[in-house]
Design a protein around this ligand. Structure first.
Ligand code: AMP
Ligand code: MG
Length: 421
């Protein structure tokens, strides 16, 4: 593979121009390739993205079925008692027919025998020898019978391409027999933590060392998005090994995510190397946390996405949430992935920054429908604990004055709102 030439990239000044989060996201989404389609067995399909529209191939249920355990009868048969002439269980069809004065014992889900037009629940009957007496039931024809096609008609639109296959969707695909199911290939992703100070979590910290946490945060975030993590590890702040590793991962994967090495320091090598081996689109976003953020495309077809996340753990996760997650969802042409934004009332004053700030917060819905947002304490970009228990990011636009308690701001919901404290 020939690395793209350096001349592909605009000047450093241009690359370092501050982008708004919206501009950064639009630039990324415009470069996102579409993942291919594969057909998989149902047990491999949970939480995958459906790749084609699905149409019901037949009526469901395919036969009129009892919805209760009881007796198949004729509704306006006036007989005081009826002779039990057979048993109709789920899973087969008996020859026996229901005629006036007779009944057939039937179980839920079993086909209603010929002649019968209603099912009387067993609770409303009394059985004496081979006879059944019906108690004061006001039975209409069709009672307790699910007619053919009651759930789905042949040709009905079942599911739309882009749908995430959860419990109800998978059940529907299974009951329509649409196997194997067409889904988007999972994106192949690698995660590279950079920094000479990093050690493995199981190791003892020496002077100046810290444990690598970004790799594991990112692995969890990626798993939640259905990524196929091909490689996750650590690289030193050394040009040669980092260059080799980056080229290797770019050649194998759809997405390469690094953390660290994208700020303004001498050893911020990721930033420097990407200019040589990729097409860099921008390097800074005017937001807090996570201002340093490199987005590049690379590889033979310039379609491998490279995200250079900042090293600070909160900044790295914010970059993932705001830019990498949308890219992964869009690669799979998934629909409905956007985080909902809702107005919330601040529970305390908030001091704005010089740029748009995303503050980790808890959003609660109160019994009167009142929705509040409160930050999770100190918002420093190394303070990972500020993300623990957060179900939202408060969006705090820059302005001169402090946001007062009781003011309304937008919150991006990362999960369901909590109830009252
Ligand atoms: P950098 O972006 O490389 O300048 O790193 C910024 C800060 O984040 C420094 O304090 C690093 O030690 C820290 N950091 C970088 N990578 C990681 C990581 N993988 N896990 C935890 N902290 C990190
Ligand atoms: Mg570093």
């Amino acid at each position: 593979m020939q690395p793209p030439r350096r001349s592909k990239n605009p000047s450093n000044r241009d690359l370092d121009r501050l982008r708004s989060p919206d501009e950064a996201r639009a630039t990324i989404l415009a470069r996102v390739p579409t993942l291919g389609i594969e057909r998989v067995a149902l047990h491999q399909a949970p939480w995958r993205v459906l790749a084609e529209d699905l149409i019901a191939p037949e009526d469901h249920p395919p036969f009129p079925a009892a919805t209760m355990d009881g007796f198949a009868i004729i509704a306006d048969d006036g007989s005081p008692w009826r002779e039990i002439v057979g048993d109709q269980m789920a899973g087969n069809v008996i020859e026996q027919q229901v005629t006036p004065g007779t009944a057939i014992r039937i179980t839920t889900g079993a086909p209603v025998p010929t002649g019968a037009d209603a099912v009387i629940p067993v609770e409303q009957t009394e059985i004496a020898d081979d006879h059944v007496v019906i108690h004061g039931a006001d039975l209409r024809p069709g009672a307790n019978i699910r007619p053919v096609g009651a759930d789905l008609r042949r040709g009905d639109h079942l599911l739309t391409a882009g749908t995430l296959l959860g419990p109800a969707e998978l059940g529907l695909v299974a009951s329509a027999g649409l196997v194997p199911v067409p889904v988007r290939r999972r994106p192949r992703v690698s995660v590279i933590s950079t920094g000479d100070e990093l050690i493995e979590p199981g190791e003892r910290v020496g002077p100046g060392q810290i444990r690598d946490s970004n790799r594991f945060s990112l692995i969890a975030a990626l798993e939640a998005e259905g990524a196929d993590i091909r490689w996750a590890g650590h690289a030193p702040d050394a040009r040669g090994p980092l260059n080799t590793l980056l080229l290797d991962r770019i050649a194998s994967d759809d997405v390469v995510i690094t953390s660290g090495g994208v700020s303004m320091g001498e050893l911020d090598l990721v930033k420097a190397l990407l200019v040589e081996l990729a097409r860099v689109h921008f390097r800074r976003v005017f937001m807090k946390p996570g201002k340093p953020f490199t987005f590049a495309t690379a590889g033979e077809h310039d379609d491998v996405l490279v995200f250079g996340l900042p090293g600070n753990p909160v900044s790295a996760l914010a970059g993932f949430e705001l830019f990498v997650r949308p890219a992964l969802a869009t690669m799979a042409r998934r629909t409905g992935w956007e985080r909902p934004c809702v107005p919330v009332t601040l529970s305390h004053p908030v001091r704005p920054s010089d740029r748009i700030e995303y503050q980790r917060a808890t959003v609660r819905v109160h019994p009167d429908g009142y929705v509040t947002g409160a930050t999770t304490g100190g918002q420093g970009s190394s303070r990972l604990v500020s993300w623990v228990g957060a179900n939202a990011l408060l969006i705090i636009p820059p302005r001169e004055s402090i946001y007062a308690e009781g003011e309304r701001v937008e919150a991006m919901l990362l999960g369901a709102p909590y109830g009252p404290a």
